[in-house]
Design a protein around this ligand. Structure first.
Ligand SMILES: [Zn+2]
Length: 322
């Protein structure tokens, strides 16, 4: 406490020297090696509010400020060692990057269009806490829709083989909420190159009507129609966290890219990876098929950010500023 009193006294007299840093003094008091070692390891900065600063303060940079519903913002907080962003009551974790911390903030299909605030809390190297309120505007997405006609169940159909499968959604939701150390690196890639026999057959967020009923729900991923057997590639680096036959999405692979970003690849005819396996961006995780609830060969590709499903196609064309 002697050190703390001396610093405050010096500041009161307008005599603060560059090395007189309250945050460092407080840390040094309990640190082995004492004041000299702490000062050598930490940048100089006065952390008394309103007194001044001689070190870099955390600064927030957003890739853009007008995300669509189902879109995402790339957020960087320079000179921060730790930070979190909050919008619509959800916390988006951020991970260490070259200039501070960085990550994505996802916006769901149900987030209301209009002005909103992205709250960012950041901690710098000497323990100072900073809060930012960044204005953003969520833009309404015009959802596509599809009328689907399903034939009545065939009473003479043979019973399904093997034990019944549990719906996979609860397990997917739990996986999408996990945050592991960041592995992703920009850019993200499309799992199958479009063109020729490969096209987008169902957009993210699409609403569907079954047998003339009301249009409901939102498609949680992007459908890419492709010939059966076409290789499906991981959109980024990561670790396989699920690879199995599921009820709805059929043969399914989920890759955790770290930092709260996960991708999933469904209806595969063949899975090429196992749980725990590391994959690089572009590695083949499986092949296109029509397993699960599917009416023809296609890939169902989902992308999730901190538990929020977002439109993967928007991550590929630069329109979100990354
Ligand atoms: Zn789909």
């Amino acid at each position: 406490m002697a050190t703390r009193r001396r610093v405050i006294a010096a500041l009161g007299l307008g005599l603060a020297a560059p090395g007189a840093v309250l945050g460092q003094a407080a840390r040094a008091a309990g640190a082995p090696g004492g004041m000299a070692q702490a000062q050598a390891a930490l940048p100089h900065r006065v952390v008394l509010p309103g007194v001044g600063t001689d070190g870099p303060r955390p600064a927030v940079r957003l890739s853009f400020r007008t995300p669509f519903q189902g879109g995402a913002i790339y957020l960087e907080v320079d000179h921060a060692v730790m930070a979190a962003a909050r919008a619509f009551g959800r916390v988006s974790p951020l991970s260490p990057g070259p200039r501070g911390v960085e990550g994505f903030v996802g916006f769901g299909v149900a987030d209301p269009p209009g002005p909103a605030v992205l709250e960012v809390t950041a901690t710098d190297a000497v323990g100072g806490t900073f809060r930012f309120s960044e204005p953003i505007t969520v833009r309404a997405t015009q959802w596509t829709w599809d009328d689907i006609w399903l034939p009545p169940p065939d009473p003479n159909a043979p019973p399904p083989e093997g034990p019944p499968l549990e719906p996979e959604q609860p397990r997917l939701d739990a996986l999408y909420a996990t945050v592991t150390p960041r592995q992703w690196q920009l850019p993200f890639i499309i799992p199958i190159e479009l063109g020729g026999e490969v096209w987008v057959s169902g957009y993210f967020g699409e609403q569907r009507s079954f047998n003339g009923g009301p249009r409901t729900g939102h498609h949680g991923g992007t459908d890419i129609a492709a010939p059966a057997g076409t290789p499906v590639r991981s959109t980024n680096h990561g670790t396989v966290v699920l690879s199995e036959l599921t009820l709805v999405r059929g043969n399914l692979v989920v890759v955790d890219h770290g930092g709260g970003v996960l991708s999933c690849y469904g209806h595969l005819s063949q899975r090429s990876v196992e749980v725990g396996q590391a994959v690089r961006r572009g590695d083949v995780v499986g092949r296109v098929g029509s397993t699960g609830l599917s009416s023809g060969p296609h890939l169902h590709w989902e992308l999730a950010v901190a538990g929020v499903l977002v439109d993967g196609l928007r991550w590929l064309d630069g329109t979100q500023g990354f």
